[in-house]
Design a protein around this ligand. Structure first.
Ligand code: BES
Ligand code: MN
Ligand code: ZN
Length: 501
């Protein structure tokens, strides 16, 4: 679906949407429409006992006095506390309700009592509508035409529509990134495997992203024994993809001796568990065990798409964790690029092995200003936080605070969990420097984070465990069920708020 912005005015045909705040008088456009309908909006609101509550709405079909098919009146709640997220949800709900209409015009005005200007209201609603319009339907060959969305273009009519279009443009690039993440995460594991996902990364070069792909031979030379050990039971060759976006204006950032911002993703394109094999029930979920990589890829697309004034690098470690005759065994000892030896006691704790080499490589090559990694790392984080917050672990309070604030702003929440030497002791091994699991099941997500910390040196670092947030089994207005692309908006916001100034 595309979004277009047109100058204010009532549509002559199709469907119209007007928004009102709780208890306030009708905004300009809604009042004009009400007048054309001879008071039909006010009467319908009374009849439905609807006063503009957030999330509520009414539909008026074939309203007299107009040639419209329908008028939808949506509630935004209290005008004074109206925020971006409410407007995005409203946009998503509009799409959901009217996606089977061919032509829809949202009439946007300044809202009495609301501090946000009409231009922002229009841009946020457009952002939410497009976010909510995502569908992964390419393999549905038998879907009836009447069940498919008809809405190809959503029109937003508002005063200052040129400014609204400009305000929306960078958000449209963020949606492009979100959709790319949702696409690669939704694809089945016979379609997305390390080489095909690396090929997806290569498509970013048209946006000016420099993409490099390392294969098994290059990684062997670099000594990436931890990552390669995970991949050795699969017939699919491992890949490490490095994506660089250099958007910082010359004379800033780059030239002050500061490295790029670095984002690192776990890209296990399918996680059977390896020889420590997982149970059959639910194993299909492990197609989205590349969700961290998917988010990093979509983030790079968003940053490049909106030409972010920042230098950023995305590094994704892509492997398939399979149990063939060459697979690594529980008890194998591998040597990571850092030189650390690791006793692999459970081949299903593979994400940390992949990230160990990806983090160390990123740190050594780029001397980054910070590293943020994303990984569907532990089932334990779902036990702890469910699907509402991602687990956050950090060695730096400022980075952690910035991530927390960005998460609140875009409703991709993070909750920081502790780290300490006492937890680190749990990965001391008998036969190697460290082991990839602890003895018990307790504090599983923290133990995994302690393992990662062994490979970040003193670079400011945060780890987001997104096992509970990368995939959703229920739909929200801006997030249809399935791949959520959690983290793309969060990290885009982190960059925009703190690193482009
Ligand atoms: N990819 C899984 C974690 C996961 C579980 C992600 C559920 C999404 C949903 C990870 O590789 C894994 O298997 N972790 C093990 C670690 C254990 C062996 C220490 C786990 O969480 O059970
Ligand atoms: Mn696993
Ligand atoms: Zn995994």
């Amino acid at each position: 679906m595309k979004i277009s912005f047109t100058k204010s005015g009532l549509p002559a045909s199709g469907s119209a949407v007007v928004a009102i705040c709780k208890g306030s008088k009708l905004p300009h456009g809604a009042a004009a429409l009400d007048k054309a309908m001879k008071g039909g909006i006010v009467r319908a609101m009374k009849a439905a006992r609807f006063t503009g509550e957030k999330g509520k709405s009414i539909d008026i079909l074939a309203p007299a006095g107009t040639r419209l098919d329908r008028v939808r009146v949506i509630g935004l709640g209290d005008a004074k506390s109206l925020d971006e997220l409410t407007l995005q949800d409203a946009g998503g709900s509009i799409y959901r309700a009217l996606s089977r209409e061919p032509v829809v015009t949202v009439v946007v005005d300044t809202l009495p009592g609301c501090p946000l200007p009409a231009v922002s209201i229009a841009a946020e609603m457009a952002f939410g509508a497009r976010l909510g319009s995502y569908r992964f339907d390419k393999y549905l060959t038998k879907e009836k035409p009447e069940d498919k969305p008809k809405l190809k273009q959503l029109r937003i009519a508002c005063d200052g529509h040129i400014k609204a279009r400009q305000a929306y443009a960078p958000k449209d690039a963020v949606v492009d990134g979100v959709f790319m993440t949702r696409d690669v995460v939704s694809e089945p594991p016979n379609i997305i495997y390390p080489k095909s996902l690396a090929a997806e990364c290569r498509t970013l070069s048209v946006l000016g992203v420099k993409v490099e792909v390392l294969g098994r031979a290059e990684m062997q030379k670099l000594g990436m024994g931890a990552l390669l050990g995970v991949a050795q039971g699969s017939s699919q060759e491992a890949q490490l993809v490095v994506m660089q976006w250099n958007g910082a204006p010359a004379g800033r950032g780059r030239n002050r001796g500061q490295g790029p911002l670095a984002f690192i993703g776990k890209g296990v394109t399918f996680d059977t568990g390896g020889i420590s094999i997982k149970p059959a029930a639910g194993m299909w979920d492990m197609k989205w065990d590349m969700g961290g990589a998917g988010t990093v890829i979509g983030l790079m697309k968003a940053l490049a798409g909106r030409k972010a004034k920042v230098d950023a690098v995305g590094v994704v470690g892509l492997v398939e964790n399979m149990p063939d005759g060459n697979a690594q065994r529980p008890g194998d000892i591998v040597t990571a690029m850092s030189g650390t030896t690791i006793e692999v006691l459970n081949t299903d704790a593979e994400g940390r092995l992949v990230l160990a080499d990806a983090l160390w490589y990123t740190k050594e090559r780029f001397k980054p200003r910070f590293m943020v990694d994303l990984a569907t790392l532990t089932g334990a984080i779902i036990v702890a936080l469910g699907h509402e917050y991602a687990g956050m672990f950090a060695n730096n309070d400022e980075l952690s605070a910035n991530l927390t604030a960005a998460g609140k702003a875009v409703n991709e929440l993070v909750w920081r969990l502790p780290m300490s030497d006492a937890y680190d002791k749990k990965i001391k091994a008998d036969a190697a420097d460290i082991k990839n699991i602890s003895n018990g099941r307790d504090a599983g997500s923290i133990v995994a984070a302690q393992f990662l910390q062994r490979f970040v040196g003193d670079v400011p670092w945060a780890h987001l465990d997104i096992a509970g947030t990368a995939w959703s089994n229920e739909s929200k207005p801006t997030i249809p069920k399935g791949a959520t692309a959690y983290g793309v908006r969060l990290l885009d916001r982190l960059v925009a708020d703190h690193y482009e100034k």
